[in-house]
Design a protein around this ligand. Structure first.
Ligand SMILES: Cc1ncc(C[n+]2csc(CCOP(=O)(O)OP(=O)(O)O)c2C)c(N)n1
Ligand code: SF4
Ligand SMILES: [Mg+2]
Length: 316
């Protein structure tokens, strides 16, 4: 084994085992907002995304993650600017492609908590196929979609979650295409953790993020996050301060019951908030770690060049 590889390997735990947060007596302090904030967010004043960022900082502080314990990844969009504003490892990747990139990080660095942020367009239009495949593979990461029912960055086009009749630059007479339901989409694709929250309820956002982070598998959160510039008032019906209703998933809902989760996900807007589905299933991380371990057993004691030679011999 080369020295360079040997130097890296000891830092990586042997399998996709989730990284436990440091115990309370570890002596580590939670990072403060000041220590976590990078550039000042360039979002419009009042944008719902501010709240999601503030709660992400709270999560990192509360769970005492250090700068090198986690990574924030995003695609393209207003919401996808997220990693710029976090002082830690982060990637602002190509439109719709954040999940495959994040999967690579998750599979190769099981010591990191992998968080992906993005918008409804990034997740369900251009990135729709990646959403399906990352969910079905059960890659260990947390995906927070800041759903504002519109393309914000490009100034008001219809998105896959825009409701029928929504007037935008691409649908001047009102949207005619039926919107997708992100929760149903996630359940049908095989996501093992599916939750919904809204940026106007900070405690709830934090609780959902914590539960998602603790889930060993693909955890998906739809977070309603208002675009005050291009879809003002979209979520008033879900906000008690605006005369709306915040209804939690019924207490007696069995979160391992996929059919019931699907039925709850179909409720008319404002629908339910909370954890719809949460099951344990072997992750791609754990499965690949087993394959790697078995492969390493076979070449135990051999030098790098001997492994290479073996491969060449097989190709003859
Ligand atoms: C390949 C490609 N196609 C289109 C665009 C233009 N584009 C940038 S962001 C965006 C939509 C973003 O919408 P959403 O994901 O909902 O994020 P929001 O801005 O609403 O947070 C589009 C179409 C692009 N940057 N790259
Ligand atoms: S355009 Fe909309 S989504 Fe983008 S920063 Fe402004 S309010 Fe937020
Ligand atoms: Mg959007």
């Amino acid at each position: 084994m080369s020295e360079a590889i040997a130097e890296i390997l000891p830092r990586v735990p042997p399998s996709g085992v989730p990284v436990a947060p440091p115990p309370p007596d570890s002596g580590l302090k939670g990072l403060t907002k000041k220590e976590l904030a990078a550039d000042h967010p360039t979002w419009c004043p009042g944008c719902g995304d501010f709240s999601v960022l503030a709660l992400y900082f709270k999560l990192i502080e509360k769970r005492k993650l250090q700068h090198d314990n986690f990574v924030s990844i995003a695609g393209i969009g207003c919401s996808s600017r997220f990693p710029y504003f976090v002082q830690a490892h982060g990637v602002h990747y190509i439109h719709g492609r954040a999940l495959p990139f994040a999967s690579g990080i998750s599979l190769s660095r099981p010591d990191l908590h992998v968080f992906v942020f993005g918008g409804d367009g990034d997740a369900f239009s251009i990135g729709g196929n990646h959403f399906t495949h990352t969910a079905r593979k059960n890659v260990k990461l947390t995906y927070v979609v800041m759903d504002n029912w519109v393309y914000g960055l490009t100034k008001k086009q219809t998105s896959p979650t825009s409701p029928l009749g929504f007037k935008s630059k691409t649908d001047q007479w009102g949207a005619v295409d039926y919107p997708i339901n992100p929760l149903k989409q996630a359940l049908a694709a095989g996501a093992t953790f599916v939750a919904r929250t809204t940026s106007t309820n900070p405690n709830h956002v934090l609780a959902m993020m914590e539960a998602a982070m603790d889930h060993d598998g693909f955890s998906f959160i739809e977070c309603l996050s208002e675009c005050v510039e291009f879809y003002e008032g979209a979520f008033d019906a879900a906000n008690p301060r605006k005369g709306g209703m915040f209804m939690e998933v019924p207490k007696n809902h069995d979160t391992t019951d996929e059919v019931n989760a699907y039925q709850l996900a179909g409720a008319d807007f404002p629908g339910y908030f909370g954890i719809f589905y949460n099951v344990n299933k072997p992750t791609k991380n754990a499965k690949e770690a087993d394959i790697n371990k078995a492969a390493m057993e076979k070449v135990k004691g051999l030098k790098d060049w001997q492994i290479l030679q073996k491969n060449f011999d097989r190709l003859r």
